[in-house]
Design a protein around this ligand. Structure first.
Ligand code: GLU
Length: 264
């Protein structure tokens, strides 16, 4: 009889311990991404490593660019220190999965707002407007879209340019590459007649290459925005970032960033 009572007492004690452990764990688990960022004292951001002048590795091996400065500004505002950012490399084709799988808190990677993407991620307000353009070797006879018939056009997989060129130049032969650098190298090596993506990114390659030219026409508007997950936990982070962007817009800081990185 005594041992049944003791067992019952043990069971009650075990139950109480479980309940209190669960309560404690729940209490210390961050309820939002903002809370997690504050607790861990760092923000994890997906950026490009090869999209000069937005996200690129410079001659000293340092990550630089418009998007990098923007991430540092956000860290400075939220955590009081621009260095409290961990950068993770993303490409156009893996940036959404990198975000939705939880590897990063946000994406700042020359990412245009599109209705399809807005179905799976949540965008900040835009911070820059680029435009889709064509880049060709200087001696090329390609002057515009109509000259692309039966010619090879180089695109970056997962970019807006990949989608829209199918519409703008339906008779062109599309050659897809995983990254901007691979696409640019392919153009340089004669694997295509032209490359298309945002004018910003093409300019980053053309500036250091006297053998390339960017054609004057722009075919789209590409509003760059920061992407967040669509879950409840990301809402307060997105609200904070939108406030930071609004302040940067009103104070002229976004224009200063534009002048710093786009003065060519
Ligand atoms: N801004 C375009 C896009 O979001 C092209 C550049 C890029 O892929 O990052 O697809």
């Amino acid at each position: 009889m005594k041992s049944i009572f003791t067992k019952f007492l043990y069971a009650i004690c075990a139950l109480l311990i479980c309940v209190s452990i669960t309560a404690c764990t729940n209490e210390s688990r961050p309820k939002s991404l903002m809370e997690k960022i504050l607790k861990e004292d760092k923000i994890t951001v997906g950026v490009k490593f090869d999209a000069r002048p937005f996200g690129f590795v410079d001659e000293n091996g340092e990550l630089q660019g418009f998007d990098i400065d923007l991430a540092k500004k956000i860290a400075k505002n939220i955590l009081g220190d621009e260095n409290k950012v961990e950068f993770v490399e993303v490409t156009p084709s893996n940036r959404i999965i990198t975000l939705t799988s939880g590897k990063v808190d946000m994406i700042i990677a020359t990412m245009s707002i599109t209705p399809q993407r807005a179905n799976v991620v949540s965008f900040s307000t835009p911070y820059y407007i680029a435009g889709q353009a064509l880049m060709t070797p200087k001696n090329s006879s390609v002057q515009g879209l109509t000259d692309l018939k039966d010619k090879k056009i180089i695109v970056v997989l997962g970019s807006t340019g990949e989608k829209s060129i199918k519409h703008f130049a339906p008779n062109a032969i599309i050659q897809g590459f995983r990254t901007n650098t691979e696409a640019y190298n392919a153009l340089k090596n004669g694997q295509g007649d032209a490359m298309t993506t945002d004018d910003t990114i093409l300019a980053g390659f053309a500036i250091g290459d006297p053998n390339m030219k960017i054609l004057p026409k722009r075919y789209t508007q590409e509003p760059y925005a920061i992407a967040f997950r669509q879950d409840e936990e990301s809402v307060s982070l997105k609200t904070n970032v939108n406030h930071i962007l609004e302040h940067m817009r009103n104070s002229g800081e976004l224009t200063r960033l534009k002048n710093k990185w786009m003065n060519f």
